[in-house]
Design a protein around this ligand. Structure first.
Ligand SMILES: Cc1cc2nc3c(=O)[nH]c(=O)nc-3n(C[C@H](O)[C@H](O)[C@H](O)COP(=O)(O)OP(=O)(O)OC[C@H]3O[C@@H](n4cnc5c(N)ncnc54)[C@H](O)[C@@H]3O)c2cc1C
Length: 415
């Protein structure tokens, strides 16, 4: 019998599995998708010889667990422009002011209630709401103040050449002894102290012979843990996880639709956006845009997070992306459409194996919610994944990796 099974080959699952294997444990990772990485999703644009990030793209603040990954990074803390009263304005300083207020955000209630009692000027307040809803992918009317207290400042570094470089060496070391199994969708976990039976099916729906282990590390995203029985990706636990159900009641996954567009010419090269790293169009269908490479690269990335993602619904996001970019660049949408060569767009809320981009806490969530979600069950089930970060790094790759390491240590501490 395998000593430990890990569900999920994202940042948390791979980190946990490698730690267990290094400690001499026999481990098997079961992953639903046909690739590793989960919400780290780097794809190649073969025409341009560029790597596109359809999921995680930046390092926010410190590297944390990514320190050992030797990622190539590019500073993106340059200028921010935003459409204010119909014209593009440099809002870098205003945004810095907003972030320093957010760093000090305290108290109970929703982000919206914090905004209405903050002493930010009107533009600052508008930017703050826009930032909260876009960056945290969470409606200001629901998300709790503690989730928006950001002390990482403006430092943003873009990962070059593929965020998946942080994870590939981990996956490769597991492949060496067949400890990684892709295309394996877990459907059910039957467990008692010291023994776990995991049922899974192939991607075409055929049931596999059950897998058995002494311990299980669960790295399923909150969206998947919240999925209804029978939905693709949903996992049934027998006996059910009562404490987790209570914690999950306070958690939601924010939606993000991310669009990477390639044009026949570098549309970011013209003034005034040329000197900006990010351009914002609050209220547009895709309100946030950034350069994807130097301004002379014909790639741009658009982001619709939180309420903006929900508003897109199931409609075709491409026309909405083009008209939003047209506003940002001061060009016509049909002009851009004529220049468009390719569009990679991922709606993370529609992806059955994540069901959202990252977690947020509802206001009034008990302070113990994250710890309850992360807590082991009967020295047999262990929980990792960005939403279980006990160091307030939820929603990040390094936070997910750190949680994987923490869960592996918990499992190793108990025989
Ligand atoms: C659009 C977007 C942008 C982001 N930007 C950044 C950023 O710039 N910087 C940053 O640090 N973070 C960013 N993040 C967050 C970061 O990607 C995540 O916090 C992190 O990758 C989560 O890792 P994880 O291991 O917890 O979960 P995941 O990566 O989701 O891994 C869970 C794994 O479980 C698998 N799985 C699900 N259901 C089943 C099942 N039934 N059976 C078997 N396997 C299953 C999934 O396929 C997945 O591989 C972003 C996320 C998104 C979506």
């Amino acid at each position: 019998m395998t000593q430990a099974i890990v569900i999920g080959a994202g940042a948390a699952g791979l980190r946990a599995a490698v730690a267990l294997r290094k400690a001499g444990r026999q481990v098997l990772v079961l992953e639903a998708r046909d690739r590793i990485g989960g919400r780290v999703y780097s794809v190649e644009d073969r025409e341009l010889g560029a790597t596109l990030e359809m999921g995680a793209e930046f390092v926010h603040g410190d590297l944390g667990e990514l320190k050992k990954s030797r990622l190539r990074l590019e500073e993106m803390d340059g200028r921010h422009l935003s459409i204010v009263d119909g014209t593009l304005r440099d809002v870098t300083k205003d945004l810095r002011g907003v972030l320093s207020q957010l760093a000090k955000a305290t108290g109970a209630g929703t982000a919206q209630s914090w905004l209405s009692r903050s002493d930010l000027p009107p533009l600052g307040r508008e930017l703050a709401r826009y930032y909260i809803e876009g960056f945290y992918a969470a409606p200001a009317a629901f998300v709790g103040v503690s989730d928006i207290a950001n002390d990482q400042g403006m430092r943003t570094r873009r990962v070059l050449g593929g965020y998946d470089h942080a994870l590939r060496p981990l996956a490769d070391s597991l492949r060496e002894d067949s400890a990684l199994r892709l295309g394996t969708v877990v459907t059910e976990v039957m467990w008692r102290r010291g023994h776990v039976v995991v049922k899974a099916r192939t991607r075409t729906g055929r049931d596999l012979a059950p897998f058995q282990a002494e311990k299980l590390i669960v790295t399923l995203p909150v969206g998947v843990l919240l999925a209804r029985p029978g939905q693709d990706g949903a996992v049934r636990f027998d006996p059910p996880l009562k404490r987790k159900r209570e914690a999950l009641g306070w958690l939601r996954m924010g939606g993000v639709v991310k669009a990477v567009l390639r044009f026949r010419e570098p549309v970011w090269a013209a003034k005034p956006v040329r000197k900006a790293d990010f351009v914002h169009a609050p209220g547009a269908a895709f309100p946030t845009w950034w350069r994807t490479g130097s301004p002379d690269t014909p790639l741009v990335t658009g982001w619709a997070g939180g309420p903006a993602a929900s508003k897109l619904g199931k409609s075709d996001p491409l026309p909405a992306a083009l008209s939003s970019l047209a506003r940002v660049l001061g060009r016509s949408a049909s002009d851009l459409e004529g220049l468009l060569e390719s569009a990679n767009i991922v709606d993370w809320a529609q992806d059955p194996y994540s069901r959202g981009a990252y977690v947020y806490h509802l206001a009034e969530a008990p302070a113990s919610t994250t710890a309850d979600l992360a807590a082991p069950e009967e020295d047999t089930l262990y929980f990792a994944g960005e939403a279980t970060s006990l160091t307030e790094r939820s929603g990040t790759v390094d936070g997910a990796m750190e949680s994987g390491l923490r869960a592996a240590k918990e499992a190793l501490a108990k025989r």
